[in-house]
Design a protein around this ligand. Structure first.
Ligand code: ATR
Length: 265
């Protein structure tokens, strides 16, 4: 049977095996998909062993996405822009590195009914999570992307690199259509920097984090009257993109998302 795996450390709580098994069942594909915990100092060696053992593809998660980028012999443009790889596939032309996170976000925003063409989008955070979605958002037709970060220098650097705007953390006169929390503040129950006036009732406030309960950012934005969503759909969306790369078949994310959501209650 065709073998795939998600590589990370820690990896015990990864939902990727459940997602890919559901995609395989839905599309009638025969494959296995495992979680593999890789020692922190052995990523390249372990990938080599797994490829030699016949594995056909990998998802890569924390803390190995930059190492996967370095290990890849060819990279897709979106992986190149992200500076990180979450999907690996051995090919006859060498190890291909892709990054499907941004496409997963775009697919989820579309599922939520957001009209991205012409939209104004504010990204909160200037780490790898923000970097990875800028190119896919732009390619989806977003008219204005602005970035806001606790450490202003990092927002400035990304803005220059990608030719996007910096949004000051204090306030704005014009609300955004979509505000995306790509910071890790929520892991500590904290709020990201959010300029006064950025969120209006027509705004979708999207948190890349997810959980059984709404995040602090979602609760805050709900209080401002905005529609909110968490990042579970982005997780399923990036998996669907990886599955499509490996198998040449695009699964339907929606029923798998519903199944995961029900299991989290
Ligand atoms: P990732 O790859 O997940 O983006 P990262 O590169 O460590 O992780 O970036 C984390 C992001 O979350 C950064 O934008 C960080 O802000 P700083 O650049 O100012 O450090 C942001 N962040 C983390 N904790 C935060 C908090 N408590 N409040 C506001 N921003 C926070």
């Amino acid at each position: 049977v065709d073998r795939y795996a998600v590589l990370g450390n820690p990896i015990a709580h990864s939902k990727s095996p459940a997602i890919h098994s559901a995609f395989a069942a839905q599309t009638g594909q025969r494959l296995s998909y495992e979680r593999i915990e890789v020692p922190l100092d052995a990523f390249a060696a372990r990938v080599g062993e797994l490829i030699a053992a016949g594995y056909l593809g990998f998802n890569v998660t924390v803390p190995f996405k930059e190492q996967a980028f370095a290990l890849a012999q060819r990279r897709t443009p979106r992986a190149q822009a992200a500076g990180a790889v979450n999907t690996l596939m051995p090919t006859s032309d060498g190890l291909l590195g892709d990054n499907t996170d941004g496409a997963g976000l775009v697919a989820d925003l579309q599922r939520l009914g957001v009209q991205l063409a012409g939209a104004r989008v504010l990204l909160l955070g200037a780490g790898g999570a923000s970097r990875g979605v800028i190119l896919p958002l732009r390619e989806a037709g977003v008219a204005r992307i602005a970035i806001c970060n606790r450490t202003a220098d990092k927002a400035q650097a990304l803005a220059i690199e990608f030719g996007i705007a910096v949004q000051a953390a204090e306030s704005t006169d014009t609300p955004y259509d979509v505000v995306i929390n790509a910071t890790s503040a929520g892991l500590a129950g904290a709020l990201p920097p959010l300029p006064t006036g950025a969120v209006a009732v027509h705004t979708l406030a999207y948190d890349m984090l997810y959980g059984a309960q709404p995040t602090a950012f979602m609760q805050h934005c709900s209080g401002l009257g905005a529609r909110v969503a968490d990042g579970l759909g982005m997780l399923v969306g990036q998996a669907a993109e990886s599955f499509a790369l490996w198998r040449g078949v695009r699964p339907d994310a929606e029923p798998v998302l519903a199944q995961l959501r029900a299991a989290m209650k």
